[in-house]
Design a protein around this ligand. Structure first.
Ligand SMILES: Nc1ncnc2c1ncn2[C@@H]1O[C@H](COP(=O)(O)OP(=O)(O)OP(=O)(O)O)[C@@H](O)[C@H]1O
Ligand SMILES: [Mg+2]
Length: 422
């Protein structure tokens, strides 16, 4: 008899081998203990423990493989997940049978081995092993395996978080966030939510011409009530595919939050919304840092001057160091070509920060000024403008997707609609 959680064989074998599955949803608060045999695997597991997606999990690494695990659990209670490294074929199966007698039910077992053999797979699956990962493993393999256990067995978190932040105040980060989210929803066709995290001064409500009462403040000030249904009720609908979790933009309260204040809100949004765009104010605090590090993708918005250059460089190097298993954060330049202003050239900026911007958005006070004052998106007032095209390209780059539907109705579409309804 075994006491591990079960998974069907197809699902089990697919967990670690799907190359296009690059999105890994964070693991919940679970305890994980790894028993390694080699220093390389121990190092990989140790660095997985530092990964943002395992920020909530508690991971402990020990040496000694199967024998050490059996020994340990004779006396101690078992964690949520046990990772076992087994070198060679050895007596994995015998060891697992033995382990099963000391394991609590509900504990999931991941085996890291180096034997690629279907009969062994079958035997492991039969014993209830949740995942078998063929070594040598790197940190991301371990992260993927642990997170996969939970996203496959419980409600699957579907949402990707894109965090957008300015390298300096007032560079246009919010404007970019709102226009890009609009393009993600309308042109890329992904249901999206914009979360305005600038509680005191956020402009998402103005930009989308919405007048919601409290939005995100209701959630962040009542953490115990936050779940998907609660957050859903706080959203205001901007378009078919776009909703807003608005900032109150009132000053009665102050907004000094703890590092983890937004965690449950983001978790709730991830459960229901494919794309969550965080409009992060330009400030450096525990929670803004955490929101950036925890995001799936990051876009820094910068103006082409020296202070922006320094800040972009610092932000990039801090974020790259904190997210060793992730894509490098992206940045774009905004307000490029402001008349009479001396600017750092795009190529020089790119050289100094050692990466290319994904876009350089021209300064255009007429266009951006009318959009802001009318509560409209750039695409609404200038559908064919080059800047509209740039926002669409940024949307595609951030989501890794192309345009899924025609953007403007053709002159035939009323007729087509009629035909379809018949
Ligand atoms: N490319 C542009 N050309 C002209 N004006 C722009 C451009 N991009 C943004 N703006 C204007 O710059 C102003 C500041 O924009 P926004 O509020 O988006 O900045 P931010 O970086 O979010 O500021 P904060 O630091 O307060 O969060 C707005 O009035 C906006 O309309
Ligand atoms: Mg802003």
């Amino acid at each position: 008899m075994n006491s591990y959680a079960h998974k069907n064989p197809e699902e089990q074998l697919g967990v670690t081998s799907s190359p296009e599955e690059d999105h890994i949803a964070p693991a919940p608060r679970v305890s994980v203990q790894a028993f390694c045999e080699t220093a390389e695997t121990a190092a990989a597991v140790q660095s997985a423990a530092e990964d943002r997606r395992l920020a909530k999990a508690h991971l402990r690494v020990e040496m000694g493989g199967m024998a050490a695990a059996v020994e340990a659990y004779h006396t101690a209670p078992t964690p949520n997940v046990i990772i076992l490294e087994t070198e060679g074929r050895g007596d994995i199966l015998g060891g697992l049978d033995h382990l099963a007698t000391v394991c609590d039910s509900g504990t999931r077992v991941v085996v890291i081995g180096n034997v690629n053999d279907v009969t062994l797979y079958r035997e492991l699956v039969r014993r209830g092993v949740s995942d078998y990962v063929i070594g040598p493993v790197d940190a991301l393999d371990v992260v993927r395996s642990i997170c996969g256990l939970f996203s496959a067995l419980e409600a699957k978190a579907i949402g990707r978080i894109v965090a957008i932040v300015g390298a300096k105040g007032g560079v246009g980060a919010s404007t970019v966030a709102h226009n890009v989210a609009w393009a993600i929803a309308r042109d890329v066709g992904l249901d999206s939510v914009v979360a305005d995290l600038d509680l005191a001064f956020g402009t998402a409500g103005l930009d989308y011409n919405q007048d919601p009462s409290q939005g995100i403040a209701n959630a962040v000030f009542s953490p115990d009530r936050v779940d998907t249904a609660f957050v859903d009720r706080l959203l205001s609908k901007c378009t078919d595919h776009l909703s807003l979790l608005a900032a109150p933009a009132t000053l009665e309260r102050v907004y000094d939050f703890g590092d983890e204040a937004f965690d449950t809100i983001f978790d709730a949004l991830r459960m229901t919304t494919p794309c969550i765009v965080l409009d992060i104010p330009h400030q450096w605090s525990g929670w803004t840092k955490r929101a950036l590090i925890g995001a799936d993708d990051i876009l820094i918005v910068a103006e082409p001057d020296l202070a922006n250059l320094r800040n972009t460089k610092n932000m990039l190097s801090m974020l790259i160091a904190s997210r060793p298993n992730d894509r490098t954060p992206l940045y774009c330049l905004n307000q490029v070509g402001l008349p009479k202003r001396p600017e750092i050239r795009v190529s020089e900026f790119a050289k100094a920060v050692e990466s290319q911007p994904i876009a350089a958005i021209p300064f255009d006070s007429q266009l951006f000024g009318s959009a802001a004052n009318n509560g409209q998106m750039i695409a609404e007032i200038a559908a064919r403008h080059r800047t509209t095209e740039i926002f669409l390209q940024i949307a595609q780059r951030l989501t890794g997707r192309g345009v899924t539907k025609t953007r403007r109705d053709s002159f035939l579409s009323p007729l087509m609609k009629k035909l379809r309804t018949k």
